[in-house]
Design a binder for this molecule. Structure first.
Ligand SMILES: NC(=O)c1ccc[n+]([C@@H]2O[C@H](COP(=O)([O-])OP(=O)(O)OC[C@H]3O[C@@H](n4cnc5c(N)ncnc54)[C@H](OP(=O)(O)O)[C@@H]3O)[C@@H](O)[C@H]2O)c1
Length: 239
């Protein structure tokens, strides 16, 4: 059993992505971090830069998630934080009536069920921490009220992506209810509109460091912190 805090960050294979920056900030705070993704080569190179452990993982694969949880249990015996950051299927320019149902299934499998699988597999280890934290990286696109990117407003449609995040927020509430009375806190966090891809800063996206800080806040919550909420920059945001 290790004494330092152990965190898992999924979806950390892109240098300009939120997963890598979140992992970097957590290592700077003294966490031992396991980063995961499918693209092993880029993941391993990035993990080396920050002294993290790289582990290939497809969050849509039940067996791979189960096996990973067994490995973490054998090697570390506990987990302090799970950051469900991996996400994709940003269907810009699409509308619900033009959605391909296979795309919809794949998107829910990754963005909703991926986080759900990880949580089911790792809750026993998070319980052993005594201060387990789960952060589901969500989006204002899945809220009703975000004035720019919310469900009734998003300028690029993104119906499938938005609905996966709406469901992820709902899952967060349901899990928080079930975990009431445990030492685990679970929250959904929106990182804001973040410049993780070229050209987005020109559209007003903020630096990845700021978006990741919003996620790290959910990892470092004190024992009397909230659970079951939706936050950006440590502030509750409306659904
Ligand atoms: N950027 C924004 O403005 C913004 C705003 C709100 C919310 N978010 C959310 O923040 C998170 C990160 O966004 P980002 O912009 O940093 O995205 P990104 O750079 O595209 O990173 C997504 C990561 O998810 C991994 N991934 C995708 N499918 C996976 C799977 N099936 N199994 C395992 N890993 C998988 C990818 O790695 P592999 O392909 O190597 O597996 C990649 O490392 C996402 O959940 C996104 O929805 C972003």
């Amino acid at each position: 059993m290790i004494e330092e805090k152990l965190a898992i960050v999924t979806g950390a294979s892109r240098e300009t992505g939120l997963g890598f920056e979140t992992a970097k900030q957590l290592t700077e705070l003294g966490y031992r971090v396991i980063v995961t993704a499918r693209n092993v080569d880029s993941l391993a190179a990035l993990a080396d830069q920050i002294g993290a452990i790289a582990r290939p993982l497809d969050i849509t694969d039940d067996k791979s998630v189960q096996q990973f949880a067994q490995e973490v249990e054998q090697q570390f015996g506990k987990l302090d934080a799970l950051v469900n950051n991996a996400g994709a299927y940003f269907d810009a320019g699409q509308q619900p009536l033009s959605a391909e149902m296979d795309f919809v299934k794949d998107a829910f499998d990754a963005n909703l069920l991926g986080a759900w699988r990880m949580i089911k597999a790792f809750v026993p280890l998070l319980e052993k921490s005594g201060h387990g934290r789960i952060v589901n990286v969500s989006s204002g696109a899945g809220s009703f009220t975000d004035p720019v990117f919310g469900l009734p407003h998003h300028p690029n449609g993104v119906p499938v992506y938005a609905l996966t995040k709406l469901a992820l927020n709902g899952l967060t509430v349901k899990l928080a209810k079930q975990l009431e009375g445990s030492t685990i806190k679970i929250n959904a966090v929106c990182p804001g509109f973040v410049a993780t891809y070229p050209g987005t800063a020109e559209w007003g996206a903020r630096p990845v460091q700021e978006g990741a800080k919003s996620i790290v806040w959910g990892v470092t919550l004190p024992d009397d912190g909230p659970s079951g909420g939706f936050f950006r920059d440590g502030q509750p945001i409306a659904w």
